[in-house]
Design a binder for this molecule. Structure first.
Ligand code: BDP
Length: 663
């Protein structure tokens, strides 16, 4: 079926390409999905009436239709809105100005996606109160795991910040953490706070609140105190003064994000206290200002038990001991933003503590800004295990930088867009969101033109899993920068859990991490029905097999093939998919403006080459353990293992690799 798709869809696009708008003007992607032409101001002023503010400006600038009335109305949900067609007018009502902007954005989206703008009777309210982007931006302007240039907050350009605000609000994002979770104490210096104030002032009209990541040792490293013990009176006084200072500058400041006792960052445990002691101290100080604490559960120690077990081990004894303005921020999976992980069992284990999910939009483990990977299907998979209603909020690690097109890859913008839309309404399907995005971003409204590309987006995450780490494999990335395969990476002296062999455990018997009751017992952290399912190699979903089991090379898969043969086939399938994506895109050339077409094509070529690199490196390396041939119907490696092992990309965690393996 896939092969057929590969053959016919590009052909279909070619045949229908005649319907594309004639040679679209060059675009650089800087307008994101907000590409409506501006209308001439004069006539529109009269057409848009009612409450003045950003909603009115937005409509005056972009709305092409008939009269719109903006109305403030009590009794509607805080950020919700209604849109009704009444007597030849469109009436947008909301409790406040932000709701009006959301309503205006909805109306403009209908226009931009070519949907009817008459006979409207729409009523919307966000699913989550908090829909927040976490920027991993450093005081020196670099972005940790950022692949789209430098921080937009470093030397903020007001026009750029205004566009950032509009873009976020257009999809309902209402919070932003300005700095890296690996926070420097100077994030709270007077100069940084002044900068945060200025950004907060620019974001406020669009309903976006500002938050900061803090370094738990700030009282020592910034305040000159001897301790940062959360129960120490002097420390509490220091934090209180700091919080008061922040709220004097930013009266609607949202609160703190805290990475504590994790990967070398300081935390309450350094002073013999618990995560709850640390979080509650801050929460009590923030409470009078209505601020919150997002306390991360991303904790693991070297040389102790299975890394996947550790968040539950640390946080379950504290369940119910956190203040109600503390939310535990948990990565979707128990290890670290891998192409596929089961959900983190902490979500279903916590009973008396608020939790929020942290997704990663920036593609640290998904080909950086070089690979097209649409993430909404990954989020949907997560929500099929963790009901959206069991969470208090949704956070996404931003993929935004000062690159002209914001995200490095034009299609990475779709992940920013989809994040906002999903946080607004988690029941929107990945397909519906991508359809909206393609119509707005590339003017692809015609199903025959859009659908092949929509298919690429929807299949892209599974393809990346296939060419990188299928069947439950995980964390076999190159060291440090995490771009490309290095399943053999194991420098002497490095903590084991920072090396791929810790995760894949390849040996002559098989491949994968035994997390069953006979192994690390990670399965026991899941609800009983799932624990049983995962514990048994015969019932464990095959896409998580090597996550939960050390799978014998000759284990029979549902297809009847051995595990080794299936692994080879999956890797190869991923390569074929990546090539198909390129051919679908190539056929779109008549429909896409030249600049964006060329830029995406260049990236898709890198992706297809990288897929081969992944397949060859992993299969050749694992073959040294399996000692089995690569099946004849699978494309054989074009590289050899020595070549692959010698190849190193030398980049830091702050840049996008120019290209992958090119030989
Ligand atoms: C890992 C990243 C690292 C982050 C860390 C975190 O490699 O750069 O600081 O997660 O989320 O994925 O704290």
């Amino acid at each position: 079926m896939k092969a057929l798709k590969g053959l016919f869809l590009p052909l279909l696009v070619l045949l229908t390409a005649g319907w594309c708008a004639a040679a679209a003007p060059i675009e650089d992607g800087s307008r994101l999905w907000l590409r409506l032409d501006t209308v001439d101001g004069g006539g529109s002023t009269a057409r848009i009436s009612g409450v003045a503010g950003v909603a009115m400006t937005e409509l005056q600038t972009y709305w092409q239709g008939g009269p719109v009335v903006l109305r403030q109305q009590k009794g509607l949900p805080r950020e919700g809105y209604t849109i009704r067609s009444q007597g030849g007018k469109t009436v947008i009502s909301a409790a406040g100005k932000v709701g009006l902007f959301y309503g205006a954005s909805h109306l403009l989206r209908l226009q931009a996606t070519g949907q009817p703008c008459e006979g409207l009777d729409i009523s919307e309210a966000p699913f989550y109160d908090l829909r927040i982007l976490d920027h991993w931006d450093n005081p020196n302007g670099t972005c940790e795991r950022g692949f789209a240039g430098r921080s937009i907050f470093f030397d903020p350009d007001p026009a750029r910040i205004a566009m950032y605000a509009r873009a976020n609000a257009s999809v309902g994002i209402n919070g932003t953490v300005l700095n890296n979770v690996n926070a420097k104490p100077e994030a709270l210096s007077a100069a940084s706070l002044e900068k945060a104030r200025s950004i907060a002032d620019q974001l406020r009209p669009y309903g976006i609140r500002v938050y900061l990541s803090i370094n738990f040792a700030s009282p020592i490293r910034l305040g000159g105190l001897k301790t940062a013990d959360p129960l120490d009176a002097g420390v509490i006084r220091w934090w209180k003064a700091k919080v008061d200072e922040i709220y004097r500058l930013i009266p609607d400041f949202g609160g703190f994000l805290v990475k504590a006792n994790s990967e070398g960052e300081p935390g309450p445990q350094d002073f013999g206290r618990t995560h709850a002691d640390g979080a509650n101290m801050l929460a009590d100080i923030l409470r009078p200002h209505k601020g919150i604490v997002m306390w991360r559960a991303f904790v693991y120690k070297p040389q102790s038990s299975d890394r996947a077990n550790q968040a539950c081990e640390e946080f379950m004894p504290l369940d119910g001991r956190f203040r109600d303005n503390v939310v535990i921020q948990i990565k979707n999976g128990p290890v670290d933003f891998q192409p596929r992980e089961p959900y983190s069992p902490l979500f279903t284990a916590l009973r008396h503590t608020s939790a929020m999910v942290e997704f990663q939009l920036t593609q640290e483990y998904l080909g950086a800004a070089n690979h097209l990977v649409y993430l909404a299907p990954l989020w949907q998979e997560f929500f099929s295990f963790v009901p959206p209603g069991s969470l208090r909020a949704m956070a996404g690690v931003a993929n935004i930088g000062d690159d002209v097109n914001w995200c490095g890859h034009h299609f990475a913008q779709a992940n920013w867009y989809a994040f906002g839309r999903t946080a607004w309404n988690p029941s929107l399907t990945p397909e519906a969101i991508a359809t909206e995005w393609l119509a707005q971003t590339f003017d692809l409204r015609e199903a025959s033109l859009r659908d092949p590309l929509l298919g690429v987006m929807l299949d892209s995450r599974e393809a990346a899993v296939s060419y990188m780490m299928p069947l439950g494999l995980h964390h076999i990335f190159a060291g440090n920068h995490h771009y490309g395969p290095e399943p053999w990476y194991s420098p002497r002296g490095l903590r084991a859990d920072w090396t791929p062999p810790y995760y894949h455990r390849a040996d002559s018997v098989g491949l994968g991490f035994d997390r069953t009751l006979k192994g690390s017992a990670n399965v026991a952290q899941y609800p009983d029905s799932l624990a049983r399912l995962y514990n048994d190699i015969e019932t464990c979903p095959e896409n998580l097999l090597a996550w939960f089991h050390h799978v014998p090379w000759d284990h029979r898969m549902k297809s009847g093939r051995t595990f080794w043969d299936e692994l080879c086939r999956k890797y190869d399938e991923g390569v074929r998919e990546a090539r198909r994506f390129l051919s679908v895109w190539d056929a779109m050339e008549p429909c896409i403006d030249a600049r964006r077409f060329g830029e995406v094509q260049r990236k898709l070529r890198i992706q297809a080459r990288d897929a081969v690199w992944w397949r060859d490196a992993c299969l050749l390396y694992f073959q040294t353990f399996s000692q089995r041939p690569i099946p004849p119907d699978v494309e054989h490696p074009v590289h050899n293992l020595d070549e692959m092992m010698r190849f190193k990309i030398r980049i830091s965690m702050y840049e996008n690799p120019e290209s992958g393996y090119t030989k």
